[in-house]
Design a binder for this molecule. Structure first.
Ligand code: F6R
Length: 240
């Protein structure tokens, strides 16, 4: 696992360049995408690159990490809505190539079919991740099995409270989500993790020590052969 400490702007530039280079090298590549606040600057840069004819997404396929249970694409808090609003509506991606976990699956057997779709597409070439305060990646909360594939999960109280900032009432935050599993994530050929802000120090500390534990799901990334972590340098003072 490679670790870089950079400013927010530098991280957004580096990460968007990695994605643009990937598409230039392989116009029909498969991207894995995250939501939340961390990737927003990267998505804006991708939109800018498309608008200035630096890159085309017309043959790119995408797989998002997760979706809240019970929210559809018209709900402004759904990750379907987020992706359309913050990226897909502004680039030339073919809507048939967009995949986002379904927030209306009934069972894990139905949810796991998402991994078959990823496999059929040839696997994820580059997967963009954000980091939860409790170390979650996707919505794989502490103690999720490292061998998990896509599944329905219960969100922790910490995650519900953290994500309440996007809702007008904490009671409206769904308590469950459909998420890629940790094995689905580890199957990606290349992983990029973005960590912005100072409020994730505990998870960052766990990421930077030598231990791998289900208590901190992000620690599994230490086993990945091509994972780069970008940590905002404001965190450094708090760590060292
Ligand atoms: C979102 C996701 C989550 C977020 C994480 C960090 O699709 O999978 O793991 O990446 O909760 O969220 P932000 O970036 O809002 O701090």
């Amino acid at each position: 696992m490679k670790v870089n400490f950079l400013s927010k702007g530098e991280i957004e530039k580096e990460v968007s360049n990695i994605i643009i280079d990937e598409i230039k090298n392989n116009p029909s590549c498969v991207l894995g995408l995250a939501t939340g606040s961390s990737p927003l600057g990267v998505y804006q840069r991708l939109i800018d690159a498309y608008r200035s004819n630096m890159v085309s997404f017309k043959d790119v396929t995408t797989f998002n990490l997760d979706e809240y249970m019970g929210l559809d694409e018209y709900d402004i808090n759904s990750y379907h809505y987020y992706m359309n609003h913050n990226l897909f509506n502004h680039i030339d991606i073919n809507k048939d190539n967009i995949h986002i976990p379904n927030g209306f699956v009934k069972t894990d057997e139905e949810a796991v079919l998402y991994d078959d779709e990823i496999l059929k597409a040839g696997g994820i070439d580059v997967l963009l991740l954000g980091l939860g305060k409790n170390g979650h990646i996707g919505f794989n909360e502490p103690y999720t099995s490292f061998s998990s594939l896509s599944h329905i999960t219960c969100l922790s109280e910490q995650t519900i409270n953290d994500n309440a900032r996007f809702f007008d009432d904490v009671k409206k935050v769904p308590s469950r989500a459909n998420t890629m599993g940790l094995k689905s994530i580890m199957n990606a050929k290349k992983i990029i993790l973005i960590v912005l802000g100072c409020n994730k120090i505990d998870a960052v500390n766990e990421l930077l020590n030598d231990e791998i534990s289900v208590k901190w799901p992000c620690t599994i990334l230490k086993k990945h052969l091509n994972c780069t972590v970008f940590i905002e340098n404001v965190i450094i003072d708090s760590i060292f």
